[in-house]
Design a protein. Structure first.
Length: 287
């Protein structure tokens, strides 16, 4: 039997031999072996999980799409548009194509897409807000469409029933216009004024059935306001292009006065900082 021999000198100078245990007879601790096996199994599982998350899920699992910012547009309508792209998995999802597809809706102002590994896509939608409406010809039919604050024409069937508080504007150059197009820049101040009035707590536009734009020479225009029939039948109010709360207050006060004294007024002029009216049968405006 082989073994290791060592020599050790004691304090008294005497040498003696120490024989170690044979190397083949050393005993291993089974707990260490079990621990090594457990660690190896964990490493394998982690490697498989990493492969699963980095390759299997993005390539094979269906993509999970979430929408943020929706107020009136149904998510099912947008999902149908994405499904038309043929997108199935996260790795196949094309953010650029998704933005282009959803931006084709005239009622959507902007689209943002965030792909979150391994299988989620978050799409943030900003809807256009209607400040006014008008009538234009679409596919041979007269259709009520909405106008945003920056003058873009759009339609949102989900919010048509909620647009009773926004004014109808006629006389705009709608010929040749299509959904998603923008009116000329000279009309954008009008839309901004309408938006500012519509944001006030007083519902001034509930007293107006229509705002007509009268085109003038050199690109200018004036406005004609038509009060609702409950205010006064067949009366129109002339105003300049600066539509503001003060002008509408004056209009309502004058209408109350006209109604109270039962004048047969057909026209009220608020232009040029003065107030005048025209009664039916009269050829001139009375001030």
């Amino acid at each position: 039997m082989s073994g290791a021999v060592s020599v050790k000198r004691d304090l008294g100078g005497m040498d003696f031999l120490m024989k170690s245990a044979p190397t083949g007879e050393r005993k291993k601790d089974p707990r260490i072996t079990i621990a090594k096996i457990v660690v190896l199994i964990l490493i394998v599982l982690l490697a498989l999980e990493a492969v699963f998350y980095t390759m299997v899920i993005p390539c094979l699992a269906p993509v999970k799409v979430q929408f943020a910012g929706l107020k009136t547009i149904p998510s099912s309508l947008l999902m149908q548009k994405l499904e038309d792209m043929g997108t199935v998995t996260w790795i196949e999802f094309d953010s650029g194509r998704a933005v282009d597809a959803l931006s084709s809706f005239s009622c959507i102002e902007s689209v943002g897409v965030d792909k979150i590994f391994p299988d989620k896509v978050v799409i943030t939608i900003k809807e256009r807000q209607a400040v006014a409406k008008t009538i234009m010809n679409i596919n041979g039919r007269s259709t009520t469409v909405q106008i945003s604050e920056n003058g873009v024409v759009f339609t949102n069937t989900a919010s048509v029933s909620a647009d009773s508080d926004i004014p109808l504007i006629s006389g705009l150059p709608v010929e040749g216009m299509q959904l998603g197009m923008r009116f000329p820049s000279k009309f954008r101040p009008l839309m901004a004024q309408v938006a500012a009035i519509g944001a006030l707590p007083q519902k001034y536009f509930s007293a107006i059935s229509e705002i007509q734009v009268l085109q003038k020479e050199y690109g200018n225009y004036e406005l004609v306001l038509y009060p609702v029939q409950g205010q006064r039948n067949h009366v129109k109010v002339l105003a300049d292009r600066s539509l503001n709360e003060e002008a509408l207050k004056r209009m309502l006060v004058i209408l109350d006065v006209v109604n109270s004294i039962e004048l047969n007024v057909s026209e009220i002029d608020l232009r040029y900082g003065s107030i005048s009216y025209k009664a039916e049968g009269e050829g001139a405006l009375a001030r």
